[in-house]
Design a protein around this ligand. Structure first.
Ligand SMILES: Cc1ncc(COP(=O)(O)O)c(C=O)c1O
Length: 285
C-alpha cells in the first residue's frame, strides 16, 4: 500500500507529493510543525497539539491555512488513507511560496503538508523493556552562526523587525550587549578616531565573503582596521557605520535606532570603502 500524503488540498502518493522550490519552509525554515501520536486509530492529545500549533503560528504571524475543524478532518483522513492504527501523523505549515527575500512576504497562502506513518507498538515495548542510552552534548541551538545554514528563521524575524521600523537591516546584539552581525550582512563601524572595526570571525557570525575581500583590500591599501567586538553604545556613537554582503556590497548606514550617524549622510570613509570594493569587483569580473 503506497503511503499517501496531503499536500495543499490534494491526497497524493509520496512519490508525487512535492512542494515548490521557493517554499519558505525549504528556504528559510519559516514554518511550524506538529507530530501527533495515533493509538488504535485515534489521535492522542489532539487538543494540546492544536493549541500549540495555533500558538506557534501566531508567534510567527503565519495565517492558519484553515480552521481547526477542517484541519482535524484532514488529519483523520490522512490516518485513514494510510491505514495507520498505531503510529504518528506529521503536519507542517509554512508561510508559503514567495520570491526569496528574508522579510515576511505579503499575501502568501500558507502551505500545508501532512504525512502519516505506522509504528509498531510491539517494537516500542521491546525498546522500553531494554531501556535506552543517552549522551550529553552542549546545547548549541543555535550557536553555529558560522554555518551558512538554511535555518534562517531567526534571521527572518530580525529582518522583519527591521522592516517593521522602516529600516533596511537589523544588527543583532548578543547577551553581553555586543553587536554580532546583521540578519544577512556583516556589521562595521568607524570609531571617532577613524579606525575601521568589525567583529572577528567565530561561531557567532557568518564569515562574510564580502567582509573578507574588503579586509584584504584594506590590508593591501594600508588602511588600518581592528578585528574586535563592539558595543551597541559604540555603534550608536560611531563616526560612521556600514554593512557588507554579496547583495549590498559596502553599504553606508546613516541611522541606527534613534541615533543619526555623523551628519546623517554616508560617511566619507564608508563611501571610499564602497568605491574600493566596487573597484575590486570590477577588477575581478
Ligand atoms: C547572517 C549573515 N551574515 C553575513 C552575511 C554576508 O555574507 P556575504 O558577504 O558572504 O554575502 C550574510 C549573507 O547572506 C548573512 O546571511
Amino acid at each position: 500500500m503506497s503511503r499517501i500524503a496531503y499536500v495543499n488540498g490534494q491526497y497524493l502518493p509520496h512519490r508525487h507529493a512535492s512542494i515548490h522550490i521557493e517554499d519558505r519552509g525549504y528556504q528559510f525554515a519559516d514554518g511550524v510543525y506538529e507530530v501527533v501520536t495515533i493509538v488504535n486509530g485515534k489521535m492522542i492529545d489532539e487538543e494540546g497539539h492544536m493549541e500549540r500549533l495555533w500558538r506557534s503560528l501566531g508567534e510567527l504571524q503565519i495565517d492558519a491555512p484553515m480552521k481547526a475543524g477542517p484541519l482535524k478532518m484532514i488529519m483523520r483522513e490522512v490516518v485513514r488513507r494510510n491505514g495507520v492504527v498505531n503510529g504518528i501523523i506529521y503536519l507542517q505549515i509554512t508561510r508559503g511560496v514567495a520570491p526569496r527575500d528574508h522579510p515576511f512576504p505579503k499575501n502568501t497562502t500558507p502551505a500545508l503538508v501532512m504525512t502519516a506513518k505506522r509504528l509498531s507498538m510491539d517494537k516500542s515495548e521491546r525498546t522500553a523493556q531494554a531501556g535506552v542510552n543517552v549522551v550529553t552534548v552542549p546545547d548549541i541551538r543555535w550557536d553555529r552562526c558560522d554555518i551558512k545554514s538554511v535555518s534562517l528563521l531567526p534571521n527572518v524575524l530580525a529582518k522583519q523587525a527591521a522592516k517593521d521600523k522602516n529600516a533596511y537591516e537589523a544588527f543583532q546584539v548578543d547577551k553581553n550587549g555586543m553587536v554580532t552581525e546583521g540578519s544577512s550582512t556583516n556589521a562595521w563601524i568607524v570609531n571617532q578616531d577613524g579606525k575601521v572595526i568589525t567583529r572577528p570571525t567565530s561561531n557567532e557570525i557568518l564569515a562574510g565573503i564580502t567582509r573578507a575581500s574588503l579586509l584584504r583590500e584594506l590590508e593591501k591599501k594600508g588602511v588600518e582596521f581592528e578585528l574586535r567586538s563592539f558595543t551597541v553604545e559604540e555603534l550608536h556613537n560611531a563616526r560612521e557605520v556600514f554593512l557588507t554582503s554579496s547583495t549590498s556590497y559596502v553599504l553606508p548606514v546613516v541611522k541606527v535606532d534613534e541615533h543619526v550617524i555623523g551628519n546623517g549622510n554616508p560617511g566619507s570613509i564608508s563611501v571610499t570603502l564602497r568605491q574600493i570594493y566596487r573597484d575590486f569587483m570590477e577588477d575581478a569580473s
